[in-house]
Design a protein around this ligand. Structure first.
Ligand code: ADP
Length: 163
């Protein structure tokens, strides 16, 4: 098991200021953070995996100990392939809690050497989600307060062209 390596998995469709906050705080604790975009063949999402990765890279350009990857299938298998023992997740309102506990416990059962660590959302991001950003943008609202500055224009333009 590689010490000091953690994986922050998610959809990041698109990355928001809430995600970036968790990545920055994770990168201050762990020597190495891998942000891993889940490729779900059933749910294609709004942005392609390549677009999501490109936006994450841009938004995290100031963080030298953060790298990026994609994975499909079970998270525990991906963790094993990297030799990583810590999953990083963010917690917002109580609504996140139930599904996050379930995922953490199932992962721990399947792979007892994998631990999930949670960082509490910063209050200003508590109600922020990728789906809210997508909805605001598709209806012509300004997404710039909610996504990293370096990708705001790109997200805005892409969402405006969605049906
Ligand atoms: P979303 O729920 O926005 O689609 P993801 O599936 O990409 O997000 O979530 C990846 C991780 O980031 C999850 O642990 C989720 O709880 C966390 N997260 C998402 N938005 C925020 C936020 N605003 N503040 C803190 N954590 C967040």
């Amino acid at each position: 098991m590689k010490q000091g390596l953690c994986v922050y998995p998610g959809s990041f469709d698109p990355v928001t200021n809430g995600h970036l906050d968790i990545i920055e705080r994770g990168a201050a604790i762990f020597p190495q953070v891998v942000v891993a975009v889940l490729h779900n063949p059933v749910k294609t999402g709004c942005f392609s995996i390549e677009q999501r990765l490109a936006m994450l890279k841009k938004a995290c350009a100031h963080l030298p100990n953060v790298s990026f990857d994609r994975f499909d299938g079970l998270l525990v298998n991906y963790m094993r392939s990297l030799g990583a023992g810590v999953v990083l997740r963010g917690l917002r309102a109580v609504t996140d809690f139930e599904s996050e506990v379930q995922m953490a416990q199932l992962n721990h059962q399947m792979s007892p050497d994998v631990e999930t660590l949670f960082l509490m959302t910063s209050p200003e991001h508590a109600y922020l989600s990728s789906s809210a950003v997508r909805e605001i943008g598709m209806f012509g609202g300004d997404v710039s307060p909610f996504v990293p500055l370096s990708i705001a224009q790109e997200v805005q333009a892409a969402l405006q062209t969605k049906p």
